[in-house]
Ligand binder design. Sequence first.
Ligand code: E4P
Length: 292
Amino acid sequence: MQIFVDTADLDEIKEAKKWGIVDGVTTNPSLIKKAVEKLKSRGMEISMEDYIREICKAVDGPVSLEVKAIKAEDMVREAEILYQKFNHVNNNVVIKIPVNTAINEGDEIFEGIKAIKELNAKGIPTNATLVMTSTQALLAAKAGATYVSPFLGRIDDYIRSKLGIKFGKWDVFDGSIIKKIEEMQRKEKKGNVAELYEEMSSIDYSDEGIYDGVELVESIIKIYRAYNFKTKIIAASVRNALQVRKVAEMGVDIATIPFAVIKEMINHYKTMEGMKKFMQDVVEEYRAIFEQ
Ligand code: E4P
């Protein structure tokens, strides 16, 4: 599994690169905003273009940069600008296109897909972002997206909010527990078939049959494997190490992971405890080997 760093913070990118674990970077307007605010709070003047060039230079792997428009033709134009300005730096720019750019009811809903198709025809690689369903991922792959980014964490947030479950941004969520609750409630039902069908189908705590973000990734992997789509899956909006473990076990192509979660992945209480004990147990004779 490749690891992308989900950040626009150059310090984080450079640090993670030193660890030898970075295969790429994903940014989005919110991550760019956070990075700009950090620089400004340190009184640093920045040229956005220079800063993005630095990011591209720092990574020997794909760097996703997102468009800001919502109409297909504007997205294609912005994608060309981003590609022309930054791809020559390290030949690694990928354009992030929201899979559906509708903001209000009645807005056009296929602009993202249209833009992906056009960029594919122009040979500009794309990352279909804000993917929340397997069918969006299917359409993005059909349109020729190079990457597709299902948003695990935001699906977990959505299901928990819908069910009134309190949570913090980084909290683990296990949709299989919700599935069990659903089964328990269904078991108690009695009546004739028609009534039971109506009642039981009204008990549904999923998001269109998906119970958590990890399950969304599993579903997309299944669909892509069934039809041999070349589009690579990036597990995005990752909130904790458990999600990383689960999608890695599924064989997802890539996970884009925030710096804090990468740190969480390396930590374990027993590793620390073990280190303390090893340090205490170094005998003089052994220490002497290293003294030169
Ligand atoms: C990456 O491609 C996404 O933009 C990012 O993972 C979103 O993460 P968030 O849901 O934590 O904002």
